[in-house]
Design a protein around this ligand. Structure first.
Ligand code: ATP
Ligand code: MG
Length: 406
């Protein structure tokens, strides 16, 4: 017991002093045993939610119907979940109601994989009824109990299996993998948002090839949004060994490959991303990278105006993506162009709509925003100084504003 676990021991001891059991469980135990960084610990207890709330002064009901109470203690917050089983599964999804139990073993049995079903007490003693330690050491993802039953209870677990394979460079145990292949179609019952979270984690993992290969071998990809006939695009993400710097880059590269392999049909990137229910912001950022990548991949450089619009981070992300196509990124050149931009934000333009209004007799209207856009582009491209009078004069000579009063 050390690090974040050691710091959290007092919380567990308070629960134990009140007459209940408390353990570290789940992903935090797994990651700690793998020597990976752990940021949040999962705590499981025999105390019922209302009993947990009685023990601590400050708590928040974050998921009380699932048995989770957030405890605020010494400026930190801790999620504490009551031992539970998930007995009533409907429609191959997580149950909407849970049954609280007083036994740790029962709680561990409802967990997905043996490596996620290990508990540790305050002394560091390990409780491992499903031999998770052995699988963890061997790098094996194995369903707890009968894989068919487990995937039929909750089909999302199949996506979690391939995601863990990609994150941890683990092998999916044979029975478990066979069972994923047999139950793959049940993924259709799962909310897209939840599939998306797992798929995105897979895409940005160091061993995404492993996860994607498992998705193809089991046909799981066919039950993901818009991927049914996109096997070639997925293969191109398998053969490429470079990791993505962020999720937007991963999605953008996926779009690029889908576009490449859908030679006959029209492919709509925005439709694809919407089907995956990505947030609007994520869709915007991804499309921007995708368009930048498309242009750069055709060996066209991004011009000053494009780099200004992308912003430095996205422009550099586009360059990084070129490496996935065996093309040479030009980060230095992009940095150089960006540093030499006369202005870096729209707001820095030395002309406002108010300035324009003062200068003309024409009623305010669409012409104003058009004039401001033209001015912005001219300033960014260095056609005119970023100075109010200079811009107005330039707009006048270019006939971009109706009439300038003196
Ligand atoms: P991550 O590193 O993504 O947080 P995790 O394993 O911690 O991975 P969580 O969603 O945080 O995943 O869940 C915590 C624990 O709850 C898991 O380790 C597992 O024991 C259990 N769990 C989570 N989702 C499921 C599920 N769909 N079916 C069964 N058990 C689950
Ligand atoms: Mg977790």
């Amino acid at each position: 017991i050390d690090g974040i676990f050691e710091e959290t021991v007092p919380i567990l001891e308070k629960i134990i002093d009140a007459g209940f059991e408390a353990y570290f469980v789940g992903g935090s135990v797994r990651d700690h045993l793998l020597n990976h960084e752990v940021n949040d610990v999962d705590i499981a207890t025999s105390a019922l939610p209302y009993e947990v709330k009685k023990i601590f002064n400050r708590t928040v009901d974050v998921g009380i119907e699932h048995g989770t109470v957030l405890v605020l203690y010494n400026n930190e917050s801790y999620e504490i979940t009551t031992f539970r089983t998930e007995s009533t599964y409907k429609d191959f999804r997580r149950p909407d109601s849970v049954t609280f139990v007083r036994s740790l073993r029962e709680d561990l049995r409802r967990r997905d994989f043996t490596m996620n079903a290990i508990a540790v007490d305050t002394k560091g003693h390990i409780f491992d009824p499903y031999q998770g330690m052995k699988d963890l050491k061997a790098g094996i993802i194995r369903a707890v109990g009968n894989p068919h039953e487990r995937f039929q209870e909750d089909a999302l677990r199949m996506m979690r299996a391939v995601r863990f394979a990609a994150q941890l460079n683990f092998e999916i145990e044979e029975e478990t993998q066979i069972s994923i292949a047999e139950n793959a179609s049940l993924l259709q019952n799962i909310a897209v948002e939840r599939i998306q979270i797992e798929f995105e984690k897979l895409l940005i993992s160091s061993w995404r090839s492993k996860g994607l290969q498992a998705m193809i071998d089991s046909q799981l990809f066919k039950y993901c949004p818009e991927l049914e006939d996109k096997k070639e695009a997925l293969y191109s993400l398998i053969s490429d060994q470079i990791s993505f710097e962020n999720a937007e880059s991963a999605w953008a590269f996926l779009l690029y490959n889908i576009d490449r392999y859908s030679s006959n049909q029209v492919f709509s990137p925005i439709h694809f991303l919407k089907k995956w229910k990505l947030s609007n912001k994520m869709i915007q950022n991804t499309l921007t990278l995708y368009q930048g990548l498309k242009k750069r991949a055709e060996n066209q450089e991004l011009n000053t105006w494009e780099i200004f619009n992308l912003g430095i981070e996205a422009a550099l992300d586009v360059e990084s993506l070129l490496a996935h196509l065996d093309q040479v990124p030009k980060h230095d050149q992009v940095n150089h162009i960006y540093e030499n931009l006369p202005i870096h934000k729209k707001e820095e333009l030395a002309l406002t709509g108010y300035d324009l209004m003062k200068k003309t007799t024409k009623k305010p209207g669409k012409w104003m925003s058009e004039a401001l856009d033209t001015a912005l582009k001219a300033v960014v491209n260095g056609d005119v100084q970023n100075e109010k009078e200079a811009i107005l004069q330039w707009l006048d000579t270019e006939n971009k504003i109706p009439y300038i009063k003196d």
